[in-house]
Design a protein around this ligand. Structure first.
Ligand code: 2P0
Length: 354
């Protein structure tokens, strides 16, 4: 009744921004992302026991209050797992974010993907990636894409019960191993408007959102084609235009949502200059001002140097594409009785230690 998994974040090139069902986390449209390698990862251990009086959760060694409404919603997947497994035992969960910096990177996708894998395995369920991605989706929409490695599509589905809304691998990491994401940190503070609240407001108020929904199916088709053909020029243009399209509907939301700042704009200008003789780098921004600049291995050094020369950029990090979650047989964060085993992440050595 114990399992430990590590999972990594994913960075979308066709973005998820809007739900058709708030409770089941069903999106208005599909999305596409690359799952990152282990430069950024989350480790999670789950133990079930009849002896536990309540579910308990420790994040980076700190006990988390589960009475909070949003946290309880995100953990609804535990009840789904218990129903499927026919158990009523409560769970102890411990998670450790192994990120080189506290830079406000999207950790929820990695966290919920690791939790879905560990919680279902510890409950004795043998789920396929499709089923696991549907569980992760209940915790956080984007997490369903981190259940798989490589280039991943989240299919929006049309059914009201969400049984056809899951992630699927379009191509493994080995298909385009040269792809890199150079992350440029310009602001490490927590965002003021959560993605969950922001996308709800966009769906309710943005006029431009209708145009976005009309353009997304064609974009998904073209983006998949560009990645499968390893056509960086087309992939890069589509990626940058899509990032701007999402930020345009955010600005068109009422009251307006602005995640980009002046440093983000400096990154956009610098990348456009870098691409003067053809697209070799492509920025994309999530619900925050930090840039993810997709490029290829032979350009990653030059892209990193170009980004480091921008005054507002405080840190850069180069990630490759990863293989998705993996099960660990050692290094558990809880003992078999569900007691926390203290672990920490050493940033300079990049290792987890007890
Ligand atoms: C994405 N984002 O596709 C987009 C791009 C943010 C901008 O998925 O409400 O944290 O938990 O389903 O998954 C962020 O949304 O939101 C997100 P919920 P989630 O990566």
């Amino acid at each position: 009744m114990r399992a430990t998994f590590e999972a990594t974040p994913n960075i979308a090139v066709v973005k998820y921004w809007g739900k058709r069902d708030e409770k089941l986390i069903l999106p208005t449209e599909g999305s596409l992302s690359f799952t990152m390698d282990e430069t950024l990862k989350t480790r999670t251990t789950v133990v079930y026991s009849k002896k536990f009086k309540a579910d308990s959760f420790w994040l980076n060694g700190q006990k988390i209050d589960l009475s909070d409404k949003e946290t309880a919603e995100r953990l609804q997947l535990l009840d789904v797992i218990r129903r499927k497994a026919g158990i009523q035992d409560k769970a102890h969960i411990a998670s450790l974010n192994c990120f080189p910096t506290a830079a406000g990177f999207a950790s929820s996708a990695a966290g919920l993907a690791a939790l879905s894998c560990a919680a279902s395995m510890a409950a004795g369920l043998k789920l396929n990636p499709r089923e696991t991605s549907m569980l992760a989706r209940l915790g956080s929409g984007s997490a369903c894409r981190s259940v798989l490695g490589g280039f991943v599509e989240w299919k929006k589905g049309v059914k009201a019960d969400g049984s056809d809304s899951f992630a699927e691998q379009v191509a493994p990491a080995t298909h385009w191993p040269e792809i890199r994401n150079v992350i440029a940190v310009v602001d490490a503070t927590k965002k003021k408007v959560s993605s969950r609240a922001g996308m709800k407001q966009t769906v309710a108020t943005s006029q431009l959102y209708k145009a976005r929904l009309a353009y997304l199916p064609g974009l998904i088709h073209d983006m998949k084609k560009a990645v499968l053909a390893k056509d960086f020029e087309t992939f890069g243009e589509l990626t940058m235009r899509e990032s701007s399209n999402m930020h345009a509907v955010m600005l068109d939301t009422w009251p307006p949502i602005l995640y980009l700042n002046d440093h983000s704009k400096d990154v956009m200008h610098a990348v456009n200059e870098f691409n003067a003789n053809g697209i070799q780098a492509a920025y994309t921004f999530d619900a925050g001002p930090n840039a993810h600049v997709y490029t290829t291995k032979n350009q990653a050094g030059a892209v990193q140097k170009m980004l480091e020369e921008i005054p507002g950029v405080t840190e850069t990090l180069v990630c490759g594409v990863g293989n998705g979650p993996k099960r660990l047989e050692t290094g558990h964060l809880l003992d078999e009785s569900g007691n926390v085993i203290p672990h920490a992440f050493n940033q300079s050595k990049g290792i987890v230690f007890t």
